[in-house]
Ligand binder design. Structure first.
Ligand code: IPE
Ligand code: IPE
Ligand code: MG
Length: 232
């Protein structure tokens, strides 16, 4: 069983296009799929789930699509908090939340505070998240420590660097799933996925069901993880 599963939820636009629908409806169906995946992960007893919902690079999409996506975030943050609390799910947002503006930042802060006691599932949603931006931010923080507090460069090791990332204190992902058939990381959890297993599934994200998650976990269970060490 993976401790931490990351999902690159891809294919909303293609799902909508295949039905002759506007992309916005693909994103709406994608949000429903995310809700199902969260439930399925909690049911399966996964401790950590990180959903990639909006990348640093997604800001470069047309303004109306960005508006549709931020609108959905606002809607779901408000409507889902109660369910998350009831289900024992702790929500954390990783990424540059400030870029969404004060309204959404307030909603995010409130949702995190309200769900802080959740122990059944740790849910991270990556919003305005990019692995490279995260690593640069951590490097800057380390440089500030050196300049302002005289920290010795040698005292920075992998564990200390990891504590400067947005995933500080969290386990690294064991399994990273990407839907829609694309086989790339697109700047997701670059540092943290050093030894993750990857499962690429041909399903478009709005069609994702509990059985797809079960299939990915089954595939993960068949993998032999070696971490560079020779076994037997
Ligand atoms: C994933 O679906 C959602 C986001 C990246 C915000 P896409 O919008 O990337 O859908 P495709 O890849 O165009 O089908
Ligand atoms: C990655 O999907 C980001 C999210 C799923 C949020 P994209 O659709 O943005 O990635 P590319 O452009 O295909 O690499
Ligand atoms: Mg895509």
């Amino acid at each position: 069983m993976p401790v931490h599963v990351g999902i690159i939820m891809d294919g909303n636009g293609r799902w909508a296009a295949a039905r002759g629908l506007p992309r916005a409806l693909g994103h709406k169906a994608g949000a429903e799929a995310a809700r199902r995946a969260i439930e399925a992960a909690a049911e399966a007893g996964i401790g950590w789930l990180t959903l990639f919902a909006f990348s640093s690079e997604n800001w470069r999409r047309p303004a109306d699509e960005v508006r549709d996506l931020t609108g959905l975030m606002r809607l779901y943050l408000r409507s889902e908090v109660k369910t998350l609390v009831k289900e024992g799910i702790r929500l954390r947002i990783i990424g540059e939340r400030e870029r969404f503006g004060p309204d959404l930042v307030r909603a995010i802060d409130a949702a995190e505070a309200m769900t802080a006691e959740g122990r059944r599932l740790n849910l991270n949603v990556a919003l305005s998240y990019g692995g490279r931006a995260e690593i640069v931010a951590a490097a800057r923080a380390a440089m500030r420590c050196a300049v302002e507090q005289g920290m010795a460069p040698e005292s920075l090791d992998e564990a200390a660097f990891g504590r400067l990332l947005s995933t500080a204190g969290m386990p690294d992902p064991d399994l990273i799933i990407r839907t829609s058939g694309e086989q790339r990381l697109s700047n997701f959890l670059l540092w943290q996925s050093a030894y993750a297993e990857f499962v690429f599934q041909d399903v478009l994200w709005p069609d994702y069901e509990a059985r797809h998650l079960a299939e990915a976990i089954g595939e993960f269970a068949r993998r032999e993880r070696r971490y560079g060490v020779r076994v037997a």
